[in-house]
Design a protein around this ligand. Sequence first.
Ligand SMILES: Nc1ncnc2c1ncn2[C@@H]1O[C@H](COP(=O)(O)OP(=O)(O)OP(=O)(O)O)[C@@H](O)[C@H]1O
Ligand SMILES: [Mg+2]
Length: 364
Amino acid sequence: MEEEKINFDYLRLVCWNLPVFVLTVNSEGKIYLVNDSLIKVLGYREEELVNQSVDLVFTEGGLVKEVFAKGILENYITIYLNKKGEKIPVVLNARLIKNNGVLGILFVAREIEELKQICQVYFPQVAKLVSLGELTASVAHELNNPLQVILGNIQLLVSELPRGEDSYVEAKEIEEAAQRCRRIVSNLLEFSRQKEYGFVSAEINKVIDQAIDLALHKMEISGIEIVRNYEKNLPSVPLSLAQIQEVFINILLNAVQAMPQGGRITISTSFMERSIPGRDSLGMKNENIQICFEDTGIGIEKKNLNRIFEPFFTTREKGTGLGLSVSYEIIRRHQGTIFAESEGLGKGAKFVIQLPVETRKKNG
Ligand SMILES: Nc1ncnc2c1ncn2[C@@H]1O[C@H](COP(=O)(O)OP(=O)(O)OP(=O)(O)O)[C@@H](O)[C@H]1O
Ligand SMILES: [Mg+2]
C-alpha cells in the first residue's frame, strides 16, 4: 500500500463512511464528491448531486466565493437544503484543496441537532443554557407586543399632557421605563440570535463615523472630545450593518458613561495581517481590520476585565449589563474578536475589535 497511488476510488472509500457530511466542489463551484452520510440526509442519489451547482444544497449563495477568497471557513452555522426542501442546520468547516493552485474546496459539516444531543448527554448544563436561550427568546418575543402598546399610548399621553405638570413628569418617567424595557427585550432577542443578519461589504471608517453621528448628542452634552486616527484605504469588511452599529454605539455610550466629567475618546483603525500557526503551508493568512476605542474615563478593575462581557454584569446603577455581552455575540458572529484592556481604576479603558477582511490580497 505504501507506494500505491491514492486514487479517487480510494479517497471515496475513505470519505464514504465518515460520520460527518463531506462535500467537495471543483474550481467552478460544481459538486465533485459527496459521501454517504450527506447523500442519505439530502435524499438525492449520488449522480443527482455530482456536477451540479452547490446551490442545490447550500442556502447561502456567497459561501463558495467566500471560501475561495478567504481560504478557510471555521465553525460557521448555516443551513443545508435536502431534496424535499427541508432545512438542515449544520456547523460548517471548509478548506481549500490545493496542489500547484487551487483545485476546489473541501466542506465538512455536522448536523447541529446531533451536536446538541451530544451536548445534552455530556454537558447537561450547556443543554440547560440552550433551552434557557430558547425560553428567553420566546419570552422576549411575547413581551414585545404589549410593550409596544404601552410605549405607543404613553407617548401619546405625554404629547397631550401640559408640560411642567406633575402628571406630565410621571408619564415621562413611565415612558423612559418602557423605553428601557424595550431596549432590554431587544438585547435579549439579539442575544438569543432571533434577529436577521444581512452581510454587506462596508468601509469600516464610514461605519464608525455613522455610529459617532448617532451618539454625537450624548457625547457633546457630556463634554467629550472625539479623536479619529483612521488608516486610509482599508480593505472593505463583510458586516451586518445594523448589528455592528449597535456594537460601536454600545462601546461609545459606555465610554460616555465612564466619563461623567468629560474626557476624550480616541478611535483608531488599522490593517493587521497575522499568520495562522500551522496553516502557513496552506497559504492562509489571517487578515483583520482592527478598531480601537480608547477613553480617558474611570477605567476597569483588573478583576472585572473578564467579566464585563458576561450577560447582566454591570457596575452601573442603571445598567442592565447587556451592552457588551450582546456586542460580544455580534462580533463572534462576524468571526471576529473583541476584548478590553485597562490599567485599572482611573486609568481609562480600551476596547479592541478585530474583524476578518473580505478579500485576501495574495493567494498563498
Ligand atoms: N469604557 C468603559 N470604562 C469603564 N468601564 C466600562 C466601560 N465599558 C464597560 N465598562 C464596564 O463594563 C460593564 C458592562 O458593560 P455593558 O455595556 O455590558 O453593561 P452596562 O453599560 O452596565 O449596561 P447596558 O446594558 O445599559 O449597556 C459596565 O457596567 C462597566 O462596569
Ligand atoms: Mg453599556
